[in-house]
Design a protein around this ligand. Structure first.
Ligand SMILES: [Zn+2]
Length: 58
């Protein structure tokens, strides 16, 4: 069975759900909202270059 990762737009929780049918609506298990975003695993995210704090002091 295909398991997809979702992210709730309302409370921001990440969860996985089995899609039984293409027309099946997925709800958030936390806040029961239907405003969820299916996360695409095969997505090319670039590398995050975090510029850290250099000598942060008072
Ligand atoms: Zn939610």
């Amino acid at each position: 069975m295909p398991i997809y990762d979702y992210s709730c737009k309302k409370c921001g929780v990440d969860f996985s759900s089995i899609q039984k049918s293409a027309e099946d609506s997925v709800k958030c298990p936390v806040c029961d909202s239907e405003e969820v975003q299916k996360k695409i695993s095969s997505f090319n995210f670039g590398g995050f270059s975090s510029s850290g704090y250099s000598g942060f002091g008072g």
